[in-house]
Design a protein around this ligand. Structure first.
Ligand code: HEC
Ligand code: HEC
Length: 430
């Protein structure tokens, strides 16, 4: 398609091109013939004793300037260039918008090349297409092909390592919005995905309710939260959110509603980010294929989708569950019996998991003991400290080096007396 609406520029370019070629030709012809005004003939001074024409200039008293024609070979080079350019312009696009007799175009050349390439690899594609996706994923050559397709078509959104970005899911982990089964991954790629969460600020009715729901969402994945608010938020959650995210918060893959109980976040876990999602919704007015997953069935076709899906499956769902690949716990809460500072068997297990996560990664485990306001402040703080020490000792016993454990000052919580929240110690990996 031309950007110009009138043909003027087309003919302007054609005219200019032809005129400059014609000018070159004229220059050659005229230069070959010109005799210089005032020139004289000098007998037998030229090569081979021939008579030579001079330009009439004499330099340094006795140096005559000969008016020799251009050497033959030199002239011919010019003529060849002129004929070549005319021939080229006749065959290939070059004169304005004229397509040239061969009808060649860059787009056409590309299409031809990729068709030739496709024909060449078709038997290979066909072979993989008949193979089970899991087998394809085990084939190193197929994985290489899948990876190249991924880098060309998917990396700009999912990252070159498929690790994802804000709003674009990681395809490496075991957490799936829609599911990690081979057929489900193929479905995601072929038909695209667009998970929509409506704006729900109005449904929740009021800033307090939103704060409470956010606290409840935080509690679902064990993030620090206000227990009272979370309890209130639970009611709102069950009426407004559970329809999509499930009563247990584990999400719904039929809708692409994320699991809210893991520590994997598409957008982020801060109160501000979750509130933003509730107020504005997600993908409510998205243009399909910008912040959502485009459909690739036309662009890639079944064989390439099969290969790239096998590659993705091998990264995430089908990956050997290595210790680091599973969502690592980043925090734990340890509840103590009234007046006691002993770590229960259940809490020991949670702390051992957290210790394993800390050892596998980096960061410091920060320990804070909590107490309420009833009774002597000194006694309360002492007990909270004792509990924090027990937690530290449990973590050390699980192999965390002491310099990666940090003890914070005991804190008073607003929880009512006797509430389990006031008998807790929190450990956060940061
Ligand atoms: C324009 C950006 C974009 C491109 C390009 C893109 N994706 Fe996606 N993809 C997304 C988004 C956004 C989602 C999440 C959709 C949602 O939340 O509903 C997604 C979801 C997916 C899912 C589902 C993940 C799950 O957890 O269930 C798979 C699988 C996937 N993409 C694979 C691919 C592959 C393979 C390619 C290349 C052929 C690709 N994507 C190219 C944006 C993109
Ligand atoms: C109609 C279904 C639906 C309802 C109702 C709904 N959500 Fe969602 N929610 C979704 C979908 C789908 C997504 C994923 C959006 C995307 O892919 O970009 C989502 C995403 C989220 C996220 C982002 C998760 C992450 O990993 O970053 C949070 C948090 C969330 N919802 C919380 C809530 C809360 C709280 C409520 C109730 C107030 C709620 N949702 C109600 C469908 C719903």
């Amino acid at each position: 398609m031309s950007d110009f609406t009138s043909n003027f520029w087309n003919w302007y370019i054609i005219g200019l091109t032809l005129a400059s070629i014609a000018f070159c030709a004229w220059l050659l012809v005229s230069m070959a013939k010109t005799t210089v005004m005032g020139g004289t003939k000098v007998p037998a001074a030229g090569p081979g004793g021939k008579e030579v024409e001079t330009t009439g200039h004499t330099w340094d008293g006795d140096l005559a300037e000969f008016n020799n024609p251009l050497p033959r070979w030199w002239m011919w080079l010019f003529w060849i260039t002129i004929f070549f350019s005319l021939g080229y312009l006749l065959l290939y696009p070059g004169l304005g918008k004229l397509p040239g007799m061969l009808q060649w175009s860059t787009a056409g050349a590309y299409a031809k090349e990729s068709a030739a390439m496709d024909a060449k690899v078709k038997p290979l594609y066909d072979k993989y297409l008949t193979m089970d996706l899991k087998q394809v994923s085990a084939d190193a050559a197929a994985r290489g092909m899948g990876e190249r397709i991924f880098l060309n078509h998917c990396a700009q959104c999912h990252g070159s390592d498929a690790g994802g970005a804000r709003g674009f899911p990681s395809l490496r982990d075991a957490d799936w919005l829609y599911g990690g089964a081979p057929e489900t991954i193929k479905e995601s790629v072929a038909n695209g995905r667009m998970g929509v969460m409506p704006a729900l600020g109005a449904a929740l009715g009021g800033a307090d309710n939103i704060k409470n729901v956010v606290a409840y969402v935080h509690s679902l994945s064990g993030l620090p939260h206000d227990g009272t608010k979370a309890q209130l938020g639970r009611v709102q959650y069950e009426t407004v959110c559970a329809a999509c995210h499930g009563v247990d918060g584990k999400g719904n893959q039929a809708l692409g509603a994320p699991n809210l109980t893991d520590r994997i976040w598409l957008y982020g876990s801060s109160e501000a980010v979750i509130t933003e999602g509730i107020m504005k919704g997600r993908n409510v007015s998205a243009t399909p294929g910008t912040t959502t997953m485009p459909a690739f069935k036309d662009q890639l076709g079944p064989a390439k989708i099969h290969l790239v899906a096998a590659y993705v499956w091998g990264l995430g769902a089908g990956a050997q569950p290595a210790a680091g690949a599973l969502p690592a716990p980043a925090a734990a809460k340890v509840y103590f019996d009234t007046g006691k500072a002993d770590v229960t068997a259940e809490a020991t297990k949670a702390l051992t998991d957290l210790a394993a996560a800390a050892k596998a990664g980096s960061g410091t485990l920060s320990i804070t003991g909590f107490h309420d306001a009833t009774g002597s402040l000194q006694a309360n703080q002492d007990l909270a400290k004792q509990r924090a020490f027990s937690v530290r000792d449990t973590l050390k016993a699980a192999g965390v080096p002491e310099d990666r454990i940090e003890l914070k000052k005991p804190e008073q919580t607003t929880g009512t007396g006797g509430d389990a929240e006031a008998r807790r110690v929190e450990v956060t990996l940061r």
